[in-house]
Design a protein around this ligand. Structure first.
Ligand SMILES: [Zn+2]
Length: 133
């Protein structure tokens, strides 16, 4: 297990494991615990995605975040867009961006985080707009 800090002082606990993860996910975040599949141990991009979720959690003081996530498809979509946009920014900043990344992320959001029923075109536009934040 590793500990990283968000906002300077708030801990995020990183656990490398193959247990508990949905088969389609390289990592999952629950509150301030980031679980990353062992084979993605060295993926900074995945870590940044997880750390974004930990920040979102602290930002809303844990319980409202969990409740919103459970009951609001709009909120889930919003936080995933932010996490994937930060992952993209990381790839751009480190010159590890490849043209297929946007399609991959749009497809993942469309398939797994699309309770609002948005089209892929709309998700792509929202994701690209988030990059400007
Ligand atoms: Zn996510």
């Amino acid at each position: 297990m590793r500990i990283k800090f968000v906002y300077g002082i708030l801990p995020a606990f990183i656990i490398y494991t193959d247990k508990f993860l949905k088969p389609q996910n390289g990592g999952e975040t629950r509150l301030m615990f980031i679980m990353i599949r062992s084979r993605f141990k060295d993926s900074e991009a995945l870590l940044i995605h997880g750390l974004t979720h930990v920040k979102q959690c602290y930002r809303l003081l844990i319980i409202p975040h969990g409740l919103l996530l459970r009951f609001s498809g709009r909120y889930e979509q919003k936080i995933e867009l932010e996490a994937y946009a930060n992952q993209l920014k990381y790839h751009i900043d480190t010159n590890t961006f490849t043209d297929d990344k946007i399609d991959i992320f749009v497809n993942r959001i469309y398939k797994y985080h699309n309770k609002m029923g948005y089209s892929k075109e709309r998700i792509r536009k929202l994701l690209l707009d988030k990059l400007k934040d």
